[in-house]
Design a protein around this ligand. Structure first.
Ligand code: NAI
Ligand code: PYL
Ligand code: MG
Length: 264
């Protein structure tokens, strides 16, 4: 998994507020509104315990603090444990946590101890970014381009296909692309060197890769939305400006909101 850095998480509240206003402009609802509508849940009085984890590459500076800020932003009462790992888990439960948030290098989970529901960040992130893309008010068709069909991208692309979108997709890994074609009915489309029926432009693009500049100008239609959890960003700031792209991109909060709302 591509790991976050403290730099990615700088000014997380500001990043979240900016993402929220873009999501509102693009869909007519804010992130909270989309989560409520999509999962049919609302936070009530669930206390969230955030447990730092030292295994593998260890603690990421600002990770737990960012989760604490994000939980608060979405209306949850949260705290970070003093101790990490197993001792931290024990501390969280002893201090009344009903939801646990914790991540090692492979898995970032949210576990609701009251109802037993558990969420994984990767599918929750893919699904909510795809859901945001699917709600684009100015979309010119039900065609969407999905680039990156890995642990975040595949569930997002599956969600779009399941919602009735015609999904054009690409992954640099041929096996993953073939799996998406056979199991989701995705139409192969390499944005960088398209084959077959020539160049297409999209007003909805969903991207989930760990690479920069994966979306070339040639596939971006006027008033396009790019909904992308992928870090670094799929397009440069210059291209975003030049093409008037509505960019939904934020490093941690939208996916975490999706996890929390999904387990209420
Ligand atoms: P993954 O490694 O499972 O999938 C990434 C996929 O992108 C791979 O299948 C790879 O073949 C493909 N890929 C790489 N370069 C490509 C290119 N130029 N064109 C097409 N496909 C390309 O990774 P995962 O877990 O799906 O994460 C994807 C990205 O999302 C990472 O940058 C990760 O850090 C980020 N992420 C962001 C979150 C957020 O809240 N913003 C949450 C979780 C992950
Ligand atoms: C959850 C993110 C989204 C992108 N990459 C994922 C990542 O960075 N995972 C690692 C999280 C490790 C957290 C560390 C801590 O500070 O507790 N163990
Ligand atoms: Mg990217």
């Amino acid at each position: 998994m591509a790991l976050l850095t403290p730099e990615d998480l700088e000014n997380i509240n500001k990043q979240l507020q900016e993402a929220d206003s873009t999501v509102r402009r693009v869909t007519g609802l804010d992130i909270k509104g989309i989560c409520k509508d999509f999962y049919g849940t609302t936070p009530c009085c669930e206390k969230v315990g955030i447990v730092p984890v030292t295994s593998g590459n260890g603690i990421i500076g600002s990770f737990s603090e960012s989760l604490n800020a994000i939980a608060g932003y979405f209306g949850f009462d949260s705290f970070i444990t003093d101790m990490p790992d197993v001792s931290g888990y024990y501390e969280a439960v002893k201090n009344g946590a009903r939801i646990i948030l914790m991540a090692d290098d492979n898995t970032f989970l949210a576990h609701n101890l009251k109802n037993g529901k558990i969420a994984n960040n990767q599918p929750c992130t893919g699904i909510i970014y795809a859901e945001i893309a699917s709600r684009y008010l100015k979309a010119d068709s039900k065609e969407v381009l999905a680039v990156g069909l890995g642990k975040v991208g595949f569930p997002g692309a599956a969600h779009l296909a399941q919602k009735g979108f015609k999904v054009y997709g690409y992954d640099a890994d041929r096996t993953l692309l073939e799996k998406s074609v056979s199991s989701l009915g995705i139409i192969p489309f390499n944005p960088v060197s398209p084959e077959g029926d020539g160049q297409r432009k999209f007003s909805i693009i969903f991207e989930a890769t760990p690479c920069a500049d994966t979306i070339p100008e040639s596939v971006i239609s006027e008033n396009c939305v790019i909904s992308t959890p992928g870090i670094p960003c799929a397009i440069s700031k210059e291209l975003q400006k030049k093409c008037g792209v509505e960019l939904v991109m934020e490093p941690l909060g939208i996916g975490t909101a999706s996890m929390l709302y999904s387990i209420l």
